[in-house]
Ligand binder design. Structure first.
Ligand code: SAH
Ligand code: SF4
Ligand code: F3S
Length: 472
């Protein structure tokens, strides 16, 4: 473990690099006669989205101005590798960037995120993608300014990937996407090693942020206008186990609840095996924790769950759902499901359909199993043929959607508090707000409402969202 003051030293060191990078950026923009621009594109999950905000914060600090990708002098892809198609998308985008960079040699291209933690990927980039300027991983994004300085000073591709880290560097700049809500990392990495999943290999070992650092960050966010936070971790239910003074996730939630001015608390992701009675109790009592729980089930077959190394059975999962619903009756439950895990039979798949029918999720993300090199499942026998998977996937999706639209409509006719998030995409006289249960409602209103919590009548359910009107 690093000492606290050493971490502070690293933060200060990085601020020095930001200052230095600022000098280079200024010089370049004087040459060009305009500000230098950047665009960060995020692939993958909310962790990556939060990391991208940190990258944006650093870039703005050193004098870059945000722009669309087509106009950006510095293009950064924060990559994901959870499924193969995430990687394919990045290679596709890089192919498009190549001719642009050729025409504009001053352009810079940076790659970071989970895909970069795979040695084969970096080898491929080194060999066939010479036009990339900076490559770094998930463990050292705090060094972004330093890497930019190195690039400005060396003219060569800069590669810096760490295998793992126990460092958590606090208090660096970040540029939030929304002024009224924010993600807050409470932990990094994952120790679960579900047999299909690459995340533990690319995000490293589980480590929790100190509760004081989390609370301090949220207090600052609240002072800055934030009313809703989303606590982020691959397995928030095991928060605190690695701290010098261990603390449970439920205890952390109790502390966060006390923060004045904070109105809503969300969190993700919850692993069913670590969801404690204490947490259910806190959720039942809390005035701020939203009525939504994302509880990935992955499969309804206990046999497959065992192969997946999920460490719960179908029955245990169902019992857990029952307990949660008892403590928080109007909670919305959502999930992730994988179809086509190696060895999955029609019988196993029927168990998945069965659990979907029993739980009646408000919504579910359904994924086709993707083989990830280096994971135990990649070398399992009986990989399921593509056409079989596709057929199961379609059947599952239709079941999930039918149930979701039925479940969604139960709130029709009620009035609920919503956080107004944006002007509606389809109609500028409407705004879009989010219910505690995470569903969206569109209603007549103007821009000034954004960031406010208001009561809205849910007049009509449109399947997966509502139309409503502002309550007086
Ligand atoms: N930590 C979270 C999940 C993070 S990854 C949890 O355990 O719940 C998000 C989702 O991607 C997973 O829940 C899983 O459904 C899906 N996923 C992960 N690896 C996958 C793979 N190899 N193929 C298909 N889907 C996968
Ligand atoms: Fe992957 Fe499992 Fe960790 Fe989630 S808990 S990130 S699915 S290994
Ligand atoms: Fe993807 Fe990395 Fe998240 S692999 S899902 S971006 S942790």
């Amino acid at each position: 473990m690093m000492l606290e003051n050493q971490k502070d030293t690293e933060t200060l060191r990085q601020y020095d690099f930001m200052e230095k990078a600022r000098g280079y950026v200024k010089k370049k923009s004087e040459e060009l006669g305009r500000p230098l621009t950047f665009c960060v594109t995020t692939f993958g999950c909310q962790m990556n989205a939060r990391d991208s905000e940190k990258l944006r914060g650093i870039l703005e600090k050193i004098g870059y101005v945000e722009a669309e990708e087509e106009k950006a002098d510095f293009v950064i892809y924060n990559t994901c590798t959870v499924r193969e198609n995430a990687n394919t998308r990045v290679y596709g985008r890089l192919g498009q960037l190549k001719p642009r960079k050729k025409k504009n040699p001053h352009m810079m291209i940076g790659l970071c995120g989970c895909m970069m933690q795979e040695p084969e990927v970096v080898e491929k980039l080194k060999k066939s993608y010479h036009f990339i300027d900076i490559i770094f991983g998930t463990h050292n994004i705090f060094k972004f300014a330093e890497l930019i300085v190195t690039r400005f000073e060396s003219e060569r591709m800069v590669i810096d990937i760490w295998k793992d880290t126990d460092m958590i560097v606090e208090d660096l700049p970040n540029e939030r996407k929304y002024f009224f809500k924010s993600g807050v990392n409470i932990m990094f990495g994952c120790n679960n090693f579900c047999s299909y999943c690459i995340v533990p290999y690319v995000r490293g070992r589980e480590r929790s942020r100190k509760p004081e650092a989390i609370i301090r960050e949220i207090e600052r966010l609240v002072a800055d206008g934030v009313v809703e936070v989303m606590l982020l971790g691959q397995n928030v239910n095991s928060y605190g186990k690695t701290l010098d003074t261990p603390m449970t996730f439920a205890q952390l939630l109790r502390e966060i609840e006390k923060i004045k001015g904070l109105e809503r608390i969300r969190f993700m992701t919850s692993h069913p095996k670590d969801l404690s009675d204490e947490l259910i109790e806190v959720m039942g009592q809390s005035k701020k924790i939203c009525k939504h729980l994302h509880l990935p089930v992955q499969s309804g077959s206990s046999r497959i769950l065992k192969e997946m190394n999920r460490r719960y059975t179908k029955e245990q999962y169902l019992t857990l759902v029952e307990k949660i619903r008892k403590a928080v009756p109007d909670i919305s439950l959502t999930t992730d499901i994988i179809v086509g895990f190696p060895g999955e039979t029609e019988e196993d798949f029927q168990e998945t359909l069965d659990i979907v029918r029993k739980v009646r999720y408000d919504s579910a993300f359904t994924f086709i199993y993707s083989k990830r090199t280096g994971t135990p499942a990649a070398v399992m026998e009986d990989q399921v043929p593509e056409d079989v998977i596709k057929d199961r996937f379609d059947r599952l999706l239709s079941e999930v959607q039918t149930i979701a639209s039925e479940v969604c409509s139960v709130h029709e006719g009620t009035a609920q508090t919503v956080l107004v998030e944006s002007v509606s995409d389809h109609d500028s006289s409407m705004v879009t707000g989010r219910l505690s249960n995470n569903l969206l409602v569109h209603f007549e209103g103007s821009q000034e409402l954004i960031g406010q919590l208001v009561d809205v009548h849910l007049t009509e359910c449109k399947g997966f969202y509502y139309l409503g009107s502002l309550a007086d």
